[in-house]
Design a protein around this ligand. Sequence first.
Ligand code: FEO
Length: 392
Amino acid sequence: MKPRKIKNNIYWMGFVDWDSRLFDSLIPLPDGTSYNAYLIKGSEKTVLIDTVESDFYYELEAQLENVPKIDYVISLHAEQDHSGSIPRVLSKYPDAKLITSPKAKSILMDHLHIAEESIITVKDGETLSLGDKTLEFIHTPWVHWPETMVAFLKEDNILFSCDFFGSHIATTDLFVTDEARYYEAAKRYYAEIMMPFRKIIKRNLDKIAAYDIKTIAPSHGPIIPRPSLILDAHKNWVDDLPRNKVVLPYVSMHSSTKKMVDYLVAALVERGVTVEQFDLTVTDIGKLAMALVDVGTIVIGTPTILAGPHPHAAYAAFLANALRPNVKFLSIIGSYGWGGKTVETLAGLVPNLKVEILDPVLIKGAPKKDGLKALDDLAETIATKHKELGLE
Ligand code: FEO
């Protein structure tokens, strides 16, 4: 794809990746993604903001064919999907300097072997004049590594946000046109990448609220011409109170745990609690992550196998622990044959979750009347706890 004009002297460059289905060898990419770079031609200086994954440099190189000079390459985030082509861009423009945050400097030197003398670091709030345009650098740690920053182009009111406000969508739309599709992808992206840093993101949102942002240009997915769409969504996602909702990831081997899941879901619905359930043998982990953004209670359903939880259930617990959703309660249900340490093992996998553990319901064999009564009691406890916290 050729460079695309955003405004006078401001261009999108980069690579639209239609084919990748996994990011960081972990995150599903059902709709592909893009790696966005931005070229800004000031009256005196020309800058390139971010680059692309090194495998796709050939596309960026072609886009730079008619750009005789770059004065500065700006690395907003040192992760390789944005920085991977910096060494080759610097080789193409040997007089260019690399501008980045102080924390990114060593990361870029370690991972990409960039020479120290090529790098200029910028403080929080520092500005760079391009002549008739001015960039201000705003340090925004943990969106999504500790070194990340964003850049605000003052005269055009554009925030170049890198991972912050990104979405994994491959599209020929330069700007968001289908807001519902973008919202879904952006929520998935937030859940998978940003949610562990929720409290710091809240501070970053407060920090950028001081700027008159009219356009957000992230380094994944389309450009956002209506910033309130994604700013309001983020305010909602980082909110302190989750929803009156249970997320129920489960595995069942011989239907007993599935019967318990179905019974508990019905009992929760009767009590006005929303439920999202996921069969872990087939579920899209990204969908599960999205469901965790506003979850009040997680209930893990698992049979006992080899004296512990099913490995899929252990993976779901480990993932939830890593993503650190703002969940308040956790419980475990499932069937066992003769014994084991399912509850202890799963509870030990979630030390990051600041949750109250509600009495698990483990049933020997297929559920009978007393087991179903225990599930009713668990549903009642969850509904009551949610009500006491004011979850809606
Ligand atoms: Fe898009 Fe954290 O890299």
